[in-house]
Unconditional design. Structure first.
Length: 338
């Protein structure tokens, strides 16, 4: 008496076969290719596993939305709504985790990001449940919103008041060089005034204005299965048509608008100093940013220009690694600075 079997877990994988079509040469690991047939406003990269031979897949989808890009308040509303939906899906996510599946749903200044990882057999089921909860966008419970708002406010306050000076300096650099970028102090002010009524219907409004989908699918999934996953997502959401061109990449800020700058050889050079947020903090930080070029939005330029952007980015990453070693050797090894 009083004993019962647990309910059936729908996310437990039943097929664990490896769908390997070809073995990649050990000396060559190809990059993901753009998945064909996804539509003009959905660009998804795909690569079937040819190395690890495990029945798992990773799916990552970014929903770029004009609604979220419109203002910092709207972006924060989307982020709060995503947190509320995650809170509501706790019971489902527990079953999924027990079955080897995890998902993540977050809002950012450009829209929403959805990722699902784990055994591929029931991965599409979990992705469908998450997307369906977003599409339905039912009214949010007051208690759920209250918990989410408390966590948001506490997180903003802790980050603003307790993080080290170098993180404050990096945030200032990002605020100057990235668009859109939202300062945490402004987010704290906005979040303090949010109510359940503000968040209700936000996801539905965002989707009604259309989204552009970009993503990556890699692992134990065939190309036709990957295409079916993308089709399900595009059918679930309203994908922006050719007439809508929302920004899909952060653009560099126009540094020429900075007043306290001096032109050196045709370039803008400026120094900004800021006091720390924590009056008890005894440490300081210096951040120097060197701009090597402009990164354009993929698809808005020619294939050659896209390739040039990728080459510039790769060269910048290599240069960063080389300089990092020299900085570490000088500052930490030789000068013994903390």
């Amino acid at each position: 008496d009083g004993m019962a079997l647990p309910r059936r877990n729908p996310f437990i994988a039943e097929r664990l076969d490896v769908k390997l079509e070809k073995e990649y040469p050990k000396e060559f690991w190809p990059a993901p290719d753009v998945l064909a047939g996804c539509g003009s406003n959905a660009r998804v990269f795909f690569k079937q596993d040819g190395r690890f031979h495990i029945p798992k897949t990773n799916v990552s989808l970014a929903l770029f939305a004009p609604y979220a890009l419109d203002s910092q308040r709207r972006a924060l509303l989307v982020a709060a709504a995503a947190l509320c939906r995650t809170e509501e899906l706790n019971e489902m996510s527990y079953d999924a985790e027990c079955a080897g599946l995890v998902y993540r749903l977050v809002g950012d200044p450009e829209g929403l990001r959805i990722s699902v990882s784990g055994y591929d057999d029931k991965l599409e089921l979990l992705l469908n449940r998450v997307c369906q909860r977003l599409r339905d966008d039912k009214p949010i419970d007051e208690a759920v919103f209250g918990r989410v708002k408390d966590r948001l406010l506490q997180g903003f306050r802790n980050t603003i008041n307790q993080r080290p000076p170098y993180q404050h300096a990096l945030e200032l650099i990002r605020a100057l060089t990235a668009r859109p970028y939202h300062r945490l102090t402004t987010s704290l002010d906005i979040a303090s005034e949010l109510t359940t009524a503000d968040v209700n219907g936000v996801i539905k409004q965002m989707l009604s204005e259309g989204v552009v989908i970009e993503g990556l699918i890699e692992g134990n999934t065939r190309e036709d299965e990957a295409r079916a996953i993308v089709k399900e997502a595009t059918d679930m959401f309203t994908v922006a048509g050719d007439g809508k061109q929302p920004i899909t990449r952060r653009a560099m800020a126009d540094l020429n608008q900075v007043e306290d700058g001096t032109v050196v050889d045709g370039h803008k050079e400026f120094i900004i100093t800021r006091p720390g947020a924590n009056k008890d903090e005894r440490n300081g930080a210096v951040v120097m940013s060197l701009h090597l070029g402009w990164q354009k939005s993929p698809g808005s330029t020619s294939p050659q220009e896209d390739a040039d952007d990728i080459l510039l980015s790769c060269r910048g990453n290599v240069l960063s690694q080389i300089l990092s070693q020299k900085f570490f050797d000088s500052l930490r090894t030789k000068q013994q600075l903390g």
